[in-house]
Design a protein around this ligand. Sequence first.
Ligand SMILES: Nc1ncnc2c1ncn2[C@@H]1O[C@H](COP(=O)(O)OP(=O)(O)OP(=O)(O)O)[C@@H](O)[C@H]1O
Ligand SMILES: [Mg+2]
Length: 225
Amino acid sequence: MEPGLKNIIRARGIEKSFGSIRVLKNLDIDIREGEFLAIVGRSGVGKSTLLAILGTHDLAYDGMLEVDGKPVSALSRSRLAALRREYLGFVFQDFHLLPRLTAEENVILPAVFSGKNPEKARTTARHILAGLSVRADETPTSLLSRGERQRVAVARGLVNYPSVLLADEPSASLDRESEQSLFNLLDDLRKDQGFALVAVIHSKAVLNRADRIMELRDGMLHEVV
Ligand SMILES: Nc1ncnc2c1ncn2[C@@H]1O[C@H](COP(=O)(O)OP(=O)(O)OP(=O)(O)O)[C@@H](O)[C@H]1O
Ligand SMILES: [Mg+2]
């Protein structure tokens, strides 16, 4: 899909420190509707920190963040939660799955929290899990392999039909072939649904698919050409 011209996320002058460590320094970023933006950078440089801010999970920073033109800092807690549910899907680097629930139950949780019809959510969850070759059955998620759990985490990020999927190294636990099938599926879903994909990526094969690559270095993003 050709990326749109509208920015679905806009951030300006983002500053983030942990104690005396300044991780993000006056960082700007625009995310265009429908684009695949890959973020690269060395370990510890602040990629997960940046994604947590863009995903509105971390609110303790300075600077301006807008999602679809709405300034995040102006929103009440409940409006922010509603905005997150409406626009954003998130795949955490360490998955954040509930170990006792099945794959399907983990995936439908965000949809249930959004007040969606559980049967519809179940159908969506099954569809995505099948696309990712993960069983939706009775097995607790804790017993699935790491790569399977990673795919469950991706499916969960997609269940609410986000405008932007923020994915933190979503194929880090996958072999090359599973990685390619994951990104084939993401390409197909993006063609259908038009969501933007912002992903921290290391694999060269996946970087080739991106519309843009930005490197996080010295607290700022630099276009990779
Ligand atoms: N909650 C926290 N408290 C203190 N320091 C933190 C916290 N979270 C992250 N940091 C520090 O901020 C820096 C950036 O961390 P972050 O996890 O964003 O890096 P990253 O680029 O995602 O690394 P990796 O590629 O290893 O996942 C690191 O120096 C890290 O130690
Ligand atoms: Mg990280």
